[in-house]
Structures are given as C-alpha cells and as structure tokens.
Design a protein around this ligand. Structure first.
Ligand SMILES: Cc1cc2nc3c(=O)[nH]c(=O)nc-3n(C[C@H](O)[C@H](O)[C@H](O)COP(=O)(O)OP(=O)(O)OC[C@H]3O[C@@H](n4cnc5c(N)ncnc54)[C@H](O)[C@@H]3O)c2cc1C
Ligand code: FES
Ligand code: FES
Length: 465
C-alpha cells in the first residue's frame, strides 16, 4: 500500500508502486490542472511539488510527475496547482497575470508550481534563484521576458520571508493555503516505506521512465531514494561517502562538497534541470551506463569506488572497473549501489569538469570530461582524467593518467598527453557530432582543465595557437 498526502487529501492506494504519479493525479483523481506535454521530463508541464519531513521541518522541491513512480512519494506531500489555489489568487499567480506571463496557458501551471516551490525554499530570495527555479519549464508562446518580470516581482515580494520557517509566513501572506501548516504532523503518522527486496530498483526514475514507461507502471519498485539510510553525504578522515539514494540536488546542498569543489553548483547547473536534479540519483547515472553520463565522468575523475550490496553480502569496485562494455556492468541484477566513496582532493590537488552540448542548459553532452590533478613544485604527481561520448563506455583515461604522472607541468607535456588521449578513445559519428569533431572537442576540454586549474603556469594562448 502506498500512502501519501495529495494536496489536502490523504491517499491510500493498492496500485503497483511503479504506477506513475502523473496518471494518478490526472486520471484517478481528475486533477487536470497538471498537464501532459512530453512525458520525458523535458517540458515542465507536469511539474508538481514534493514535500518531505526532514530534520523537523518540511522541505519542498519541484519534480516532473511524468517520471515519478507513486512509490517514490510514499510518506510525502504532493502538491498540484489545485492544492495551491485559494479564494484569491496567490502573489505568484497574480504576478503572472500582471506581467502577461501567460498566453495559451498550457505551460502556466508548471511555471506557477515551480515558482511556488521557490517561495517554499529555505533560502534567501533572489531574482537569480527565482529564475533558476523555472529552468525546467518551457514556454512556446511568451518569449519568456514577461515570465522573467513575474519572477522578479515574486522574488521582491519575498523580501520579508522568514527563511528558517517559511510556511507560516507564506500562509499569512496568501502564497499558500493554510492546510500546509498541518502537513508535517500528518506525514509523521504514515508508516515507513515498502521494502527494496526483489523489486526493480528505482532511483528518481528519470532514465527508467523515459526508456521503459509501459513496463514500469505495472511493476512493484524498490524506491532507493525514499530510504533515508541510503540518502546521506558524510565526510570522515578526508573520505567522502555518498549514499546510493543521494540525489543530484542533495550534492548541490552539501556544505562539505561546496567547500571542497567551489565550482560545484556551476558544474551541476550544466546537468538536466531543477525538477530532474531534485529527483535523479548519482547511482542511477552510474547504472544507466550512458557513455555521456555527466556524473559518471565526474566521479571517474575522482577515482571513486562503488559499494554493492545484496542479501547482506557487500563488495566494492572502482567505478573505472565497473564498465565492461556498452551498458554491460560488473553487477548482478539484484545488487544495489549502497554507497559511493572517494578521497577528497587535497591541498595539492584540484578538480575540474567540462561539458560540450548543443544547448548550454537542459541538454545532454556531445563530449564531457573531468580531471583531478595533483601537482607540486611544477611536477604532476597524479592525474585522473575521464571522458564521455568518445567510447562505448564512460571512459577512464588510464594511459593518459599514467603518461602524465611524474612529468613536468608544461605545455609540452600537455600537448604530448593530448596525443595519448587520441590513441585511447574510439568515438563514432552520430547525431551529436562526427568522430573528428569529438576528437577535437575532447582535446580542447583536456586543454581547458589545465588552463583553468593552473592559470599561472599554463596560459590560454600557449595551448590555443
Ligand atoms: C529531461 C532529462 C534531462 C537529463 N539530462 C541529463 C544530463 O544533462 N546529464 C546526464 O548525465 N543525465 C541526464 N539525464 C539522465 C538522468 O537524469 C540521469 O542519468 C540520472 O542520474 C538517473 O538517475 P535516476 O535516479 O533517475 O535513475 P533511474 O531512472 O531511477 O535508474 C536508472 C538505472 O539505475 C538503476 N539504479 C538506480 N539506483 C540504483 C542503485 N542505488 N543501485 C543499483 N541500481 C540503481 C535502475 O534500476 C536503473 O537501471 C536526463 C534525464 C532527463 C529525463
Ligand atoms: S510532461 Fe513534459 S516534463 Fe513531464
Ligand atoms: S503560454 Fe503558451 S506555452 Fe507558454
């Protein structure tokens, strides 16, 4: 039995927990405000909010209901546009009208829900933040300027919001209905989630429900990201451990990771969109085994280890050894990734991630690459380089790393290593670019790592001419 609160109504259902939230909302509950556009997580028409009771308070984030199994919202609060409506329009709805932010109206619900989710965040309101919250919503009519003005007005109207406990303030200022204040107590009375055993494992569902939607809705699924014991980030003795249910958004909120990787949120913004990042997991990216998976490239360059578990048996494997061939993994069907661990970069080592895609945002990579390089006194002591889109598997460039180790940090070394890379990769021509283009793109990304990480030693001009 799956149990959750949909707007102000407690839902109990015996449907398979792989059944889609979007279908339950629209077809079972007849809440047709939530729209269906692409059913692939791209358009944002189906955006809803998911609220969770965490550390004594409600945390709300946006999600695409077209990719979310109902098992993933067990014990949570799901908010659709109907659950935001009150006797009068909320300031979010009013701003969209005042600024002509709606024309045909098909996308409008998604924008209003995402912006209302932004109002619920425990963060200082800014124009930039409000705009970022609608990065997963597409509008074909307005040209966005009117929606941007509405977002600006909304951010300004939140100036006096109480950041630590926004719900009471938002209720008293008519942003959300008053029933929100009782949701935390109601959620705590719902018994914890169903078991993972023997079920099709689902992280966020953002790959599975794009690839196998018809099959998934009939299945009992094991919701990894709903298990709190699998959703954590911890740092001990310079080792960072991330639970197998940790989402991309969890990474971007981690204080430890943000201080270790100062550019972390810039890297993360190159991956999918807010509603997808809020639900998709890092482990799901690894197991999907796409040769262009962004987090796979990221963690390959950190020389991460994954910890696999089944029936109380556990083992570890380096991520670089996990990929045996195209979508072929060193993993049995029942094994789950329970955690991921890696050594945090030391003061002598530094990390960089680069991605080339046809659009800067909400697009998959043509080629991506990450690098961790440890250098001291002009010598490269260690290098872990990864590359995506240039081989049938996410590629750990072992030979390039071995070539760099012990050599002088110089333009000559970097140019020679770029030659080694070319012998290690085997890109094919496809919709994302020709073989030659991908070879060139990776060479440029490799140069970019050094130009960005060692600006005092490696000048831009020295590698570009
Ligand atoms: C609109 C859109 C944009 C996207 N953009 C990007 C992008 O820019 N870059 C990118 O890399 N990806 C992108 N993706 C792909 C996807 O979001 C990522 O691959 C994501 O990390 C998958 O995680 P998930 O939890 O949703 O996986 P799921 O779909 O839940 O699962 C994927 C696979 O992993 C398995 N699995 C999940 N967790 C575990 C575990 N702990 N142990 C064992 N097996 C597990 C599942 O059984 C399944 O086989 C995009 C997807 C969409 C829909
Ligand atoms: S219907 Fe397009 S994102 Fe869900
Ligand atoms: S108003 Fe028509 S799609 Fe946005």
């Amino acid at each position: 039995m799956v149990e959750f609160i949909l707007n102000n109504e407690t839902i109990q259902t015996d449907k398979p927990n792989g059944y889609l939230l979007l279908d339950l909302i629209r077809y079972d509950k007849c809440l047709t405000g939530t729209k269906i556009g692409c059913r692939e997580g791209d358009c944002g028409a189906c955006t809803i909010l998911i609220g969770e009771w965490v550390n004594g308070r409600m945390n709300y984030s946006s999600a695409t209901s077209c990719l979310t199994p109902i098992g993933n919202v067990h014990g949570k609060h799901v908010v659709t546009i109907e659950g935001l409506n009150m006797d009068q329009l909320s300031p979010v709805q009013q701003s969209m009208i005042d600024e002509s932010g709606t024309q045909c109206g098909f996308c409008t619900v998604g924008f209003v829900v995402s912006l209302s989710g932004y109002c619920l965040e425990n963060a200082t309101p800014t124009y930039k933040g409000a705009i970022a919250s609608i990065d997963g919503n597409i509008c074909r009519c307005t040209g966005y300027k009117s929606i941007e003005r509405a977002a600006s007005n909304i951010a300004a109207s939140l100036e006096k919001k109480e950041i630590d406990s926004p719900i009471e303030w938002l209720v008293s200022n008519n942003f959300i209905p008053s029933y929100f204040t009782g949701i935390g107590d109601r959620l705590q009375k719902i018994a914890s989630t169903p078991t993972l055993n023997g079920h099709q494992v689902v992280g966020g569902g953002t790959d599975l429900y794009v690839q196998r939607p018809e099959e998934m809705v009939e299945l009992a699924v094991g919701s990894i990201s709903s298990d709190p014991s699998l959703r954590f980030i911890s740092v001990e003795d310079e080792t960072c451990t991330i639970g197998g249910g940790t989402t991309v958004a969890d990474l971007s909120e981690s204080k430890e990771l943000k201080s270790t990787f100062p550019q972390l949120n810039d890297y993360i913004k190159l991956v999918s969109s807010s509603p997808i990042r809020n639900i998709s997991t890092i482990a799901g990216n690894f197991v999907n085994a796409s040769p262009i998976g962004d987090f796979t490239a990221f963690f390959l360059a950190l020389d991460a280890q994954i910890h696999l578990a089944v029936n109380n048996k556990a083992r570890s494997v380096y991520l670089k050894d996990f990929y045996k061939g195209y979508k072929e993994l060193d993993k049995t069907g029942q094994e789950i990734i329970s955690k991921i661990s890696f050594q945090l970069p030391t003061k002598d080592s530094c990390f960089n991630f680069e991605k080339i895609s046809k659009r800067e945002h909400l697009d998959i990579a043509s080629v991506n690459s990450a690098a961790t390089i440890r250098a001291l006194g002009g010598e490269i002591l260690e290098a872990h380089i990864s590359a995506g889109g240039v081989a049938p598997i996410p590629k750990y460039l072992a030979e390039t790393g071995a070539f760099l180790k012990g050599r002088e940090l110089s333009v000559k070394t970097i140019r020679s290593a770029a030659e080694v890379i070319q012998s290690e990769i085997s890109p094919i021509s496809d919709a994302r670019g020709s073989e030659d283009y991908k070879r060139l793109a990776l060479r440029q990304l490799f140069f970019a790592h050094f130009i960005k990480l060692f600006p005092d030693q490696i000048a831009l001009e020295s590698l570009t001419i």
